[in-house]
Design a protein around this ligand. Structure first.
Ligand code: MCN
Ligand code: CUM
Length: 795
């Protein structure tokens, strides 16, 4: 582990030190800042038709009739699709990524408000949208369940009566850890603290909504689908399975994506409708969601009701943690999670602490709400786990009258405990949590902050300081126990060095704004010693990139990034063989200095990688058994996840008169192992911290008791802007991953996962004078006002 500022300046601007290059600007920004990005809605094909979707205004009910006569008579309408029509083609239902099923278009029943009922394809988008109003649907309302707590009551209507033998709203039960051992520790513990907490339903709300353009060629039987997908290859396999199209005839292209944040992992009914529409009309068809559709029908996140307990000694040693979770999955289990992990990686809820026992019991339920359940920079439910443990530790500190930092320092895992097998069976690869925390304390001047707080309290001001020390789990995942729908979670990479010494890297992961075209070029540049500018990164097109599972759970660096390193090393090894032949020495006579091979003892005798590349395609005699050309391919399965960590300190002021929270300072020290592009990492962290302010203070998808979604626009679903966030103060430590070939861990979701508990802890700390121990997110002024003033309504 080492701490510090950006790497030594002698390496900056030196292309031979591409990994860790402090100021390398993003290649993709050349087009983005000129407005030349190519997003789904920019795609125009000759004769392209437009699709719009009719959605149900009720949350639960039977479809009595659907009359499309008038819509079909509209002069600009080319096709009207209904559930009944899809059923004729066997396409009315599709599998979800969690082995559940979901209607593409509702056939006989509506399960959530704004569920897809019909589509119209017309010459232009206006006509398609207008014609939706000509469709007459008669519904018969059913009682609605929007509350996970009441979903299992005997009187609750059964939402999923499509599932054979289903008599309740149970989605799944799951447990992890050792119940007996945990209960035994709790039984003899000196101190037990419990707290119920809700992680509300939130939404990733990317700037670009979801959409697709499908182009089916009836002569060749080829389907090209441009779509907002974070996983083009996995989606292609699913389309093949669902639609019965041969997989090799499907090309999925994910062009520039205006933010995914998990929202673009699932397959949505709109994509399939677009495909069907193109097949039936023989024309290209475009579908672009509007903001309302995106917020009300696509993958939400969280919606966990967690009851956590922590057992400890009076001196503050944490002994055990147990939790009961009620997970609201909405109407269909649409999460993307490895088959063995229906609750994602929630199993890391034991956090960064050295404990003796842990247990989690979870019940997941169906409700009349939109499906999804994992998206929004969550690392497969690590967001919920981190929130649970970091809130609980603060509750314990409060109970013991201890400083929350002292309590954490007492319990953090020590560097020599890694690799550490947690009480729920996860193997943390590496970490030095105390150094990360100490770095954050130093930047924050923690002691100074506490003094300032004491002074302010004395004068009636409400200042709070909140801490979280979190462990992330990213980079799914090891073949032995992780898959999506039976597909192992490996990534392909292919590297080709051309005769003139420039290269193309093809990767299976897909950028939604993370800057892969830059960072993956840096990785390869580091390994083969040619400048990043000479390396093009190709991604997001199943015809042009090798098979792999895509981008989510911050897996690109841990999995595809490792694949890129290893494929570059394969190319370098081949260049090594060629260099030996060219210089008429043995392989062992040569040493690699970044960019060239040198004869040991006679370093003036050398060859650059570019010279070798030219030779590789030339006419010289090849070594025995070695093919010409300079390229390689790899299919990489990680042996473990990577476990980045961080220590965050948040400083808030709460207005005693209005209960408005201002995040005044936020110190974030992250450890993602070897840092490839510090500027991009910082951008990732800034974004995630902003997410945290949103979730902690503003964002929530709510429903009324009839199942009406009350957060269907950005007027109701509040997103943070630059005005709500402070100047972020970031720092870092570097503890490389022992199993990643360059020691890199993921970073993309760390700040989103780690910041909400720090902010909530700070607000609760600020309101200590009011005796507050917990309040549920989002900490809106009205909620806090109520907490500060008993249950009185705000004036
Ligand atoms: N990086 C680095 N050094 C490291 C780790 C990462 O320089 N040690 C760089 C990577 O090369 C990459 C970026 O940081 O350019 C993020 O890398 P990684 O942590 O591997 O995450 P992914 O690339 O797999 O991105 C996915 C992750 C997830 S799951 C969500 S959700 C999210 C996030 O990234 N969605 C994003 N960040 C986002 N950023 C943008 N702009 N848009 C989104 O939709
Ligand atoms: Cu869970 S949001 Mo990201 O993993 O695509």
């Amino acid at each position: 582990m080492n701490t510090g500022e950006n790497p030594p300046t002698q390496f900056v601007d030196n292309d031979l030190k591409p990994v860790g290059h402090g100021r390398m600007l993003r290649k993709e920004d050349a087009r983005f800042i000129r407005g030349k990005g190519r997003f789904i809605d920019d795609i125009q094909l000759p004769g392209m038709l437009h699709l719009a979707i009719l959605r149900a205004p009720i949350a639960h009910g039977r479809i009595v009739s659907v009359d499309v006569t008038l819509a079909e008579a509209h002069p600009k309408v080319k096709l009207v699709g209904t559930g009944a029509m899809l059923a004729e083609h066997g396409l009315a239902w599709m599998p979800t990524l969690a082995n559940d099923v979901q209607p593409v278009l509702a056939t006989d029943k509506i399960h959530f408000q704004w569920q897809e009922v019909a589509f119209v394809v017309a010459d232009d988008r206006y006509a398609a949208q207008d014609a939706l109003e000509l469709i007459d649907v008669e519904y018969e309302q059913l009682p609605v369940v929007v509350n996970a707590r009441t979903a299992l009551e005997a009187s609750a209507p059964v939402i999923r009566d499509d599932l054979a033998g289903k008599t309740d709203n149970r989605c799944f039960d799951w447990e992890t850890g050792d119940k007996q051992a945990t209960d035994a520790v709790f039984a003899r513990a000196e101190v037990v603290v419990g707290q119920e907490m809700v992680y509300p339903r939130v939404h990733p709300a990317p700037l670009e909504t979801c959409g697709a353009v499908a182009n089916y060629d009836p002569i060749d039987g080829d389907l090209t689908l441009w779509s907002t997908t974070q996983a083009p290859h996995a989606h292609r396999t699913l389309y093949s399975m669902v639609a019965g199209l041969p997989e090799h005839k499907i090309r999925v292209i994910s062009p520039d994506i205006g933010g995914g944040f998990g929202n673009k992992v699932p397959i949505y009914p709109g994509y399939l409708c677009t495909i069907v529409a193109s097949m039936l009309t023989g024309a290209p068809v475009k579908w672009t969601e509007d903001r309302f559709e995106n917020l009300t029908s696509t993958a939400f996140a969280r919606d966990y009701v967690m009851h956590g307990e922590i057992a400890a000694t009076k001196a503050g040693r944490i002994l055990a943690i147990r939790t009961n979770v009620l997970a609201d999955h909405g109407a269909f289990n649409g999460v993307a999670a490895p088959t063995k992990y229906p609750a994602g990686f929630f199993g890391v809820f034991t956090g960064s602490y050295d404990i003796q026992a842990a247990h989690c019991a979870m019940t997941a339920v169906y409700t009349n709400k939109a499906p999804g359940g994992v998206a929004y920079s969550c690392s497969f439910r690590v967001a919920e786990a981190v929130y649970l443990i970091e809130r609980l530790v603060d509750c314990l500190a409060d109970q013991l009258g201890m400083d929350p930092v002292e309590l954490r320092l007492l319990n953090l895992l020590k560097p020599d405990q890694f690799p550490y097998t947690s009480m729920t069976g996860w193997i943390y690869d590496s970490g030095d949590y105390e150094s990360t925390l100490r770095e954050a304390l130093k930047i924050a001047d923690y002691a100074g902050l506490r003094r300032e707080q004491a002074e302010k309290r004395a004068s009636g001001e409400l200042m709070g300081i909140g801490v979280s020390v979190f462990t992330e789990a990213v980079g799914a995942g090891p073949r032995k126990d992780m898959d999506i729908l039976g597909l192992g979670m490996a990534d392909g990479a292919q590297l080709c060095l051309y005769p003139t010494g420039t290269a193309v890297l093809r990767v299976s992961c897909q950028s939604q704004g993370q800057g892969h075209e830059t960072t993956f070029a840096q990785i390869v540049a580091e390994e083969i010693g040619i400048p990043p500018a000479d390396i093009k990164v190709v991604h997001g097109d199943t015809d042009l990139s090798p098979f792999g599972m895509g981008t989510y759970g911050s897996r690109s660096t841990p999995v595809s990034g490792a694949a890129a390193v290893l494929v570059a090393r394969k190319v370098r090894d081949k260049a090594h063989l060629f260099a030996a032949t060219m210089l008429e020495v043995t392989v062992a006579d040569l040493e690699w200095r970044k960019g060239s091979f040198h004869v040991i003892g006679d370093p003036a005798k050398s060859l650059t990688i570019q010279q070798i590349a030219k030779w590789a395609y030339g006419t010289g005699q090849l070594p025995d058994g070695v093919e010409g050309g300079l390229e390689a391919h790899i299919h990489y399965h990680p042996e473990n996840l990577t476990y980045p960590n961080g220590a965050y300190i948040c400083v808030v002021d709460v207005d005693p008169g209005t209960a408005v929270v201002t995040v005044r300072r936020f110190i974030a020290v992250d450890d993602c192992g070897t840092r490839i592009n510090p500027m991009i990492i910082e951008g990732q962290v800034h974004r995630g911290l902003t997410d945290g302010v949103g979730m902690a203070l503003m964002e929530m998808i709510t429903f009324d008791e009839d199942g009406n979604c009350l957060a269907a626009s950005l007027m109701d679903y509040l997103l943070p802007t630059a005005l709500e966030v402070p100047d972020w103060e970031t720092g870092f430590t570097v503890t490389p991953s022992p199993h990643h070939p360059i020691g890199a861990k993921g970073i993309g979701e760390c700040a989103t996962v780690g910041s909400p508990p720090a902010i909530v802890n700070a607000v609760v700390d600020a309101l200590k004078p009011y005796g507050l121990r917990h309040a549920d997110m989002p900490l809106t002024p009205s909620r806090l006002w109520e907490a500060m003033n008993g249950n009185a309504q705000p004036p």
